[in-house]
Design a protein around this ligand. Structure first.
Ligand SMILES: Cc1ncc(COP(=O)(O)O)c(C=O)c1O
Length: 391
């Protein structure tokens, strides 16, 4: 039998115990929250050689090690850095692997602040940026140039949830010499493990499902063996370490993430299916629905779905979208997702270049929280009635 527990235990067992060994800290079930800059050395020789496990707060603590170890186990990665936000989990690896004169290919259905970082800071640093269709698959080499160093993926895409054929993209892009990165926040490592599908760097906004309570910002970046050292060196060079209380909160969140996700998934699929048949809705953008153009890829590669998707209103514009949103009593109007509470936002697609989509009406993104489904349906019905009145 394998000595690696990930090969023999169920996911909730692993989530409950991954990261720290209580016997290493007096038997306390949870690891200590170490607030640290300075770490003392035993003597001058040890200091000169930096010959001890911990040397300075930016380089890791027992708290950050516990979370990194847990994430490594979930992702199957060689190493994980922990950064102060999900956005930093995007920007740090891009800075780690791109230099002036390089070219990066980014999926057009990308989380908008990733685009902003690429179009502003990467461009200023002399990196060429191009966007590609999420459906590109094995054709990615036709868009690559001799200087393409990174292919950045996100699946499903932000707001419109296009799927990507990650194994095909990863295989083709790596053959052509690029590092493949994936923002895997939507699936979490429970429902998709990017490194198992050829991706080199897996990115998460732990702010979402790992934290789970809309009260923490954090990101993790996990690398395979070939890319770990460069990622770690960049992380140390940038000083992008996260605060210990936030790191601890995310490890705490992981313990219940499996059961929370089961509920998010079940409620979101139930609501998405119900919405598909409702008057006032033209389309539901959820990859677990058979009607979704990326459904076959989702079914082939992913083992589950999280709780965020979009619904397209059947006609109308800003007035109908605002009427829908303003009539909601349980869904809050606000950004982010992955918390226990339901949220709704209007989707802006004006930044897209090659993946614009042709939607019959306003697109509304719904994050389905842990509330009771019947209450959420009643809330959505209130919104749809208000949108119809505004029409
Ligand atoms: C897909 C995706 N990646 C990254 C982020 C950034 O996470 P954070 O809000 O922690 O910066 C978000 C936030 O909404 C996101 O949706």
């Amino acid at each position: 039998m394998s000595s690696d527990p990930s090969h023999r235990q169920g996911i909730n067992t692993r989530l409950a115990h991954a990261g720290n060994d209580p016997r290493e800290f007096h038997g306390f079930v949870n690891p200590p929250v170490v607030h640290a800059s300075t770490v003392l050395f035993r003597n001058a020789a040890t200091l000169a050689a930096r010959d001890q496990k911990y040397t300075y707060g930016t380089r890791g603590t027992p708290t950050s090690d516990a979370l990194a170890k847990a994430v490594n186990e979930l992702e199957g990665s060689a190493g994980t850095i922990i950064v102060p936000s999900g956005l930093a989990a995007v920007t740090v690896p891009l800075l780690a692997f791109l230099s002036a004169g390089d070219h990066v290919l980014i999926v057009d259905s990308i989380y908008n602040p990733t685009r902003r970082f690429a179009d502003t800071m990467l461009a200023r640093l002399g990196v060429e940026v191009d966007y590609y269709r999420p459906e590109v698959g094995a054709d990615i080499p036709s868009l690559m140039k001799p200087n393409t160093k990174v292919v950045f993926t996100e699946a499903p895409g932000s707001n419109t949830f296009e799927m990507q054929d990650i194994p095909a993209i990863a295989a083709a892009a790596k053959k052509a010499g690029a590092v493949v990165m994936m923002d895997n926040t939507w699936a979490t490592p429970l429902y998709f493990r990017p490194l198992d599908h050829g991706v080199d760097i897996s990115i998460h906004a732990s702010t979402k499902y790992p934290a789970g309570h809309s009260d923490v910002l954090l990101g993790t970046v996990s690398a395979n063996t070939d890319h770990w050292e460069q990622l770690w060196e960049t992380y140390l060079t940038l000083g992008a370490c996260a605060a210990p209380d936030d790191v601890y909160q995310v490890l705490r969140g992981l313990r219940t993430m499996g059961v929370r996700l089961e509920r998010h998934q079940k409620s979101a699929i139930e609501i998405a299916r119900w919405l598909e048949g409702l008057p006032g809705i033209s389309q539901v953008l959820h990859p677990a629905l058979e009607s979704h153009p990326g459904h076959a890829i989702w079914k082939r590669d992913f083992s589950g779905a999280s709780g965020i998707f979009s619904a397209v209103l059947d006609g109308g514009g800003k007035a109908q979208a605002h009427a829908f949103l303003d009539a909601l009593e349980i869904f809050g109007l606000g950004y982010s997702w992955g918390g226990y509470e339901s949220l709704a936002v209007p989707v802006f697609l004006g930044d897209r270049t090659v993946a614009r989509g042709d939607y019959a009406g306003p697109v509304i993104r719904l994050q389905i929280g842990l509330e009771d489904v019947d209450d959420l349906k009643a809330d959505i019905e209130r919104g749809l009635a208000a949108a119809a009145r505004a029409g």
